[in-house]
Design a protein around this ligand. Structure first.
Ligand code: IPE
Ligand code: IPE
Ligand code: MG
Length: 241
C-alpha cells in the first residue's frame, strides 16, 4: 500500500467531547493526549516520515483566557513527560508558529527539545502552536522583502520553490494526507500553501475518540486515491508520492 510521506492532522473536537460528558472543555484537551501518542506510534509503525499536528491556531488566542492558559500548561507538561520516550524512539521534534507569542517557559522547553532531538533520524514530528497559514505566508513574504531591500535577492528570482523555502515546513515533503476529526470540513487557517495538492480525509469522530484503527483507515483511504496533480488520468508517472 502506498504510504504518505507526510500526514497533517487537525485535532478537533476536544471541547465537544468534554461538554457531552458534562465535563469542562479542558478535560477534553487532556483526553486529547492519548490519540496523539497513538498517531505517533502509527506513523512510526507504517513508515510515515513526517507527522504534523495542529495544536493551537493563531485564532485560538481568542478563546477564554482560562482555556488558553490550561492549553499552554498542558503543552508544557506533556513535553516534559513525553520527551524522554520521544527521544528514545528517535523522533525529531520541530515546532512551527509564532513562538514569540508563547510564554518564556514554553519557548525554552520547545527550543531545548528541538535541540535535543535535532540529530534523530526517526519520525519528524512537527507541532503547530500559535500557527496560522496566513501568518506563515506573511512571515515568508517579509523575509523575502527584506532580502530584496538589502540587495541579497532579486525580485525576479522569487519563484514557488524560493517562496516555499521561507515557509515553516521548508525542507520537508508537502503533506500527502490531511486528516481532520470533529466533523467540520474546513481548513481553519492550517497549512494554506502546503495543502495545495494534499488528499483530504474527514471523520465525525471527536479527537479524544480517535484511535489507531482510525489512523489506519485514513491511510487505507489514501492508498485508494488517484493523485493526478493536474494531469489526466491516463498519463503515467502522475503519482509523485
Ligand atoms: C481542538 O478542539 C483543540 C484546539 C483547538 C486547541 P476544540 O477545543 O476546538 O474542540 P471543539 O471543536 O470546540 O469541540
Ligand atoms: C482548528 O480547530 C485548530 C486546531 C485544532 C488547533 P478550531 O476548533 O480552532 O477550528 P474552527 O474554529 O472550528 O474552524
Ligand atoms: Mg474546534
Amino acid at each position: 500500500m502506498l504510504v504518505p510521506r507526510h500526514v497533517a492532522i487537525i485535532m478537533d473536537g476536544n471541547g465537544r467531547w468534554a461538554e457531552r460528558r458534562g465535563l469542562p472543555r479542558t478535560a477534553g484537551h487532556r483526553a486529547g493526549l492519548r490519540p496523539v501518542r497513538a498517531c505517533i506510534e502509527q506513523s512510526v509503525r507504517h513508515g510515515v516520515g513526517v507527522l504534523t499536528l495542529f495544536a493551537f491556531s493563531s485564532e485560538n488566542w481568542a478563546r477564554p483566557v482560562t482555556e488558553v492558559g490550561v492549553l499552554m500548561q498542558l503543552f508544557l507538561e506533556s513535553l516534559e513527560r513525553e520527551i524522554d520516550e520521544l527521544a528514545a524512539q528517535r523522533v525529531r521534534l520541530r515546532f512551527i508558529g509564532a513562538r514569540e507569542q508563547l510564554g518564556a517557559p514554553l519557548v525554552e522547553r520547545i527550543e531545548a527539545d528541538e535541540a535535543r532531538t535535532r540529530h534523530n533520524d526517526g519520525l519528524i514530528l512537527v507541532v503547530a502552536v500559535a500557527y496560522g497559514g496566513r501568518w506563515d505566508i506573511v512571515a515568508a513574504a517579509q523575509r523575502l522583502a527584506r532580502a530584496c531591500r538589502d540587495g541579497r535577492l532579486e525580485p525576479d528570482a522569487i519563484d514557488e520553490a524560493r517562496f516555499a523555502a521561507e515557509l515553516s515546513l521548508a525542507g520537508l515533503p508537502e503533506p500527502d494526507l490531511f486528516i481532520r476529526t470533529g466533523g467540520e470540513q474546513r481548513v481553519s487557517n492550517f497549512l494554506l500553501w502546503n495543502l495545495a495538492y494534499t488528499e483530504l480525509w474527514f471523520t465525525d469522530k471527536l479527537w479524544p475518540e480517535f484511535e489507531a484503527g482510525d489512523f489506519e483507515a485514513a491511510l487505507a483511504a489514501f492508498g485508494e486515491r488517484e493523485r493526478r496533480f493536474g494531469r489526466s488520468s491516463g498519463q503515467r508517472g502522475a503519482e509523485a508520492c
